[in-house]
Design a protein around this ligand. Structure first.
Ligand SMILES: Cc1cc2nc3c(=O)[nH]c(=O)nc-3n(C[C@H](O)[C@H](O)[C@H](O)COP(=O)(O)O)c2cc1C
Ligand code: SF4
Length: 405
């Protein structure tokens, strides 16, 4: 269950006010009708806006659009647009909240993206909520039919090549990144994969222009982002906040020892430092911010998450298949009381061996989390080695789905 307090931080752009889902007529009253400019104008406005992807990597949207349009010209194959609403990150609620409250903003974005790159096929991929989205689609008269596809609930389902393979009739597992999906994706056609939040921002950029978009955020990192906030003892909240806002203004950090910024492929930062860290697409990842109370154990939290991530490996690449379970096992040792042997140095060594060696970025994201935990919780790990844990509350903070391989 999520609650919304978006207007505390900025006048919300993406989420329907009051937490009430917007049907098509409410949507059009709020934002005005969608107008399609010519594709070149949409691409220019997108470039001027500085919009970056909200699915994790923060890649400039206009560069991907241009690459897909270019691949389509070279190959003579009409491209495919895929709206990525998988939200496979267990701690993230932002995409499902957006799709539930403002489905038409995402659907507008899909149409605009298709128009801009010349696509003749479009998909909206989600883990749940498919029938609700079908109803939203039925209210519209779009030039291009959008197919809603239900994905298997796995951490890797939302990775772009896994998504593309699934839509092409295969399993939802990452494939080798060469050639990239923007060159050869669904049914071997050039494919534009964008996170649903990115597409919702596009729908507003196309209506109100680049300057409007840039009126939030900083000149170097313009715009706003949806964030999922986890605070112990409170409901999970989804909020919209401008880039540049210090994390401490968004998330109550009283009594917190550390903050997880970016989700399970993100970074642990000590709370005092995190309070001043500005929100940035460089590390916001999937938009998850979780405050760890001082009476919980960050090592134990990390060990649970790393075990989950290791079990999610698609088992294609040796370093990932062999390395992540070893790292997870060594982290389990650090989370327990007593002698740790070589666990700490082994983790650092194995992290170095798996980084950059997978077909996807799953190992890189996992080692980012692990390395930050080793640094941020170094004192706690020392205490564990001496048989002592400072945590007095063992209630898990971070959600980890029931294990399945
Ligand atoms: C393991 C893994 C899981 C991912 N899961 C998601 C996801 O659930 N949703 C998403 O939008 N992007 C996810 N991504 C990122 C996608 O691969 C892709 O970069 C993104 O959908 C592109 O959209 P954007 O540029 O608008 O962010 C994941 C990446 C990795 C490595
Ligand atoms: S890096 Fe890991 S998760 Fe990614 S494709 Fe290879 S084995 Fe699968």
């Amino acid at each position: 269950m999520t609650t919304l307090f978006t207007d505390v931080y900025m006048s919300p752009r993406l989420l329907a006010p009051g937490g009430t889902p917007a049907d098509l007529s409410t949507h059009e009253q709020r934002y005005g009708p969608l107008s399609y400019g010519d594709p070149a104008t949409v691409l220019r406005t997108l470039a001027a806006s500085g919009l970056t992807g909200r699915g994790g990597a923060g890649f400039p949207a206009h560069r991907k659009f241009a690459a897909v349009a270019d691949a389509a010209r070279r190959t003579g194959r009409p491209p495919v647009v895929v709206a990525n609403g998988a939200e496979s990150e267990p701690a993230s609620h932002k995409d499902r909240t957006l799709l539930r409250l403002s489905p038409h903003l995402v659907l507008d974005g899909i149409q605009l993206a298709a128009e801009a790159v010349g696509a003749e096929e479009a998909y909206l991929a989600v883990e749940d909520g498919a029938s609700y989205l079908e109803s939203a689609l039925a209210q519209r008269r779009d030039p291009l039919r959008v197919r809603v596809v239900r994905l298997p609930a796995r951490f890797l389902s939302g990775q772009a090549s896994a998504l593309v393979q699934y839509l092409s009739g295969g399993p939802a597992r990452p494939t080798h990144p060469v050639p990239p999906v923007r060159e050869r994706g669904v049914g071997r056609a050039p494919t534009l994969v964008q996170n649903v939040e990115t597409l919702a921002h596009l729908a507003l950029v196309a209506r109100y222009g680049a300057d409007w978009f840039r009126s939030a955020g900083t000149p170097a990192e313009p715009g706003s982002a949806l964030c999922t906030l986890h605070t112990a003892g409170r409901e999970v909240r989804v909020v919209e906040a401008p880039f540049g806002m210090p994390v401490g203004r968004l998330l109550p950090l009283d009594g917190a020892s550390a903050v997880l910024v970016g989700g399970y492929h993100g970074t642990w930062i000590p709370a005092a430092e995190a309070a001043r860290v500005p929100l940035s697409p460089a590390y916001l990842g999937a938009g998850v911010l979780a405050a760890l109370p001082a009476d919980r154990c960050g090592v134990t939290e990390t060990a649970r998450v790393v075990r989950y991530l290791a079990l999610q490996s698609a088992g294609r690449c040796g370093p990932c298949l062999n390395g992540l379970p070893r790292i997870a096992e060594a982290f389990r040792i650090l989370a327990g009381p007593g002698p740790q042997g070589r666990a700490r140095t082994d983790i650092s060594r194995w992290a170095g061996l798996v980084e950059g060696r997978g077909a996807c970025h799953h190992p890189d994201g996992t080692t980012r989390l692990v390395r930050s935990a080793l640094t941020t919780f170094a004192t706690e790990i020392d205490a564990h080695a001496n048989g002592h844990c400072t945590a007095t509350d063992r209630t898990p903070l971070l959600p980890v789905p029931a294990e399945k391989v």
